[in-house]
Design a protein around this ligand. Structure first.
Ligand code: NAD
Length: 338
């Protein structure tokens, strides 16, 4: 049966709109709608594509990550793709994620999977390459396969080790790609915007875009003056060291000198992960940085390997988002009224 014309038109319109907002957000670091509004557009497109799979095209925003790297930067191919995350907004969707994993892995329904739970820091993802312990290349996620070279800008962030430490005698891998989220504290973001307004410059929409705009600078001196920091949460290509679990990654990274968020937790079973989400939601306002949800990941790397990845996201992880707060939906009004 042919897809109704109004559906074809709606899908086309949604893709055009989402592509425009992706460009504003990922390239210009200057969104014009809130994340919640963007998520609603994306959700509508996904639902229509699920209902009418014949409409899915490889260039649909539902099949792609981020945006192609901007031409001003040298391009850096990622040895292991930097994907996005599937998201969930309700407990039922999280329970369904757990059931789906068990079906895929042929596990009994009552078996509890070990998950790591991590705050989802609202910043931008970077990849840090270490060769024989030395920081050599740092890049943004870009389109997930090729990122932008921001090595010198990243070197201005004091909590990124230029040379790996070896605390507790942990050996230095021949090659280590570390993934983390560069972000800006809420207070420092407000102060930066105050200064920008004073100097007649446009303010940033939110701390995430301030962090992205500050890191994606051609002049590292500009980045050096911006109050950026990083939380690391994963690895890409690793040679000369073997990890067995995500928890081992999270607990080993600090021994090489990386900052890992203090609220990360290892839990048994999906109910405990949902409880973690509730706890973090209550804590959220009091944290000095913005988080927009929690990331739930299958802990065992062998299981992760078996689950594999889809076009734009791994099957073994889920971003369980928070309800948008007034602050996150209103911040753009402030800008419009400036
Ligand atoms: P995402 O931000 O929902 O999830 C993936 C990202 O989460 C990773 O790349 C990483 O950067 C980050 N992350 C933070 N903490 C992490 C952790 N502990 N473990 C793993 N990853 C962690 O996906 P996305 O594809 O980067 O962006 C989509 C989101 O960006 C949308 O849901 C929307 O909220 C926002 N967006 C908004 C606009 C807009 O116009 N307002 C436009 C485009 C995208």
């Amino acid at each position: 049966m042919a897809v109704p014309r109004e559906i074809v038109e709606r899908v086309k319109k949604l893709r055009e709109e989402i592509n425009y907002h992706n460009y504003r957000y990922y390239v210009l670091d200057s969104p014009v709608i809130s994340d919640a509004e963007y998520d609603a557009l994306m959700r509508e497109l996904k639902e229509l594509e699920e209902k009418y799979p014949e409409l899915i095209t490889p260039d649909s925003p539902t099949q792609r990550v981020g945006f192609a790297p901007a031409e001003e930067f040298r391009q850096v191919p990622h040895s292991v793709p930097m994907l996005s995350l599937d998201d969930a907004f309700t407990e039922e969707e999280v329970l369904e994620f757990d059931r789906r994993l068990k079906r895929f892995l042929n596990l009994p329904e009552d078996e509890e999977i070990d998950y790591t739970c991590e705050p989802k820091i609202d910043g931008l993802a970077v990849d840090l390459v270490y060769e024989n312990g030395l920081f050599t290349v740092g890049s943004t996620r870009g389109d997930g396969y090729v990122g932008e070279d921001v090595t010198n800008n990243l070197k201005t962030i004091k909590s990124i080790p230029l040379r790996l430490l070896s605390l507790d005698g942990v050996p230095i891998p021949r090659r280590l790609d570390v993934r983390g989220e560069v972000y800006m504290d809420k207070d420092r973001f407000r102060e930066l915007n105050r200064q920008r307004l004073e100097q007649g410059e446009p303010p940033f929409a939110n701390p995430r875009n301030a962090a992205a705009g500050s890191l994606r600078q051609l002049d590292p001196n500009v980045t050096a003056r911006r109050p950026l920091d990083i939380f690391c949460y994963g690895v890409g290509l690793v040679e000369g060291y073997t990890f067995r679990s995500q928890w081992e990654i999270l607990t080993t990274l600090p021994k090489w000198g990386f900052r890992v968020n203090p609220h990360v937790r290892l839990v048994k079973g999906i109910r405990a992960a949902i409880e973690y989400h509730r706890e973090m939601d209550r804590l959220r306002e009091r944290l000095p940085y913005e988080i927009d949800g929690v990331v739930i990941k299958v802990n065992d790397l062998e299981l992760q390997e078996r689950l594999g990845t889809k076009a734009r996201s791994p099957r073994w992880a889920l971003a369980f988002k928070f309800e948008p707060t007034q602050a996150t939906t209103q911040v753009l009004d402030i800008i419009v009224s400036v």
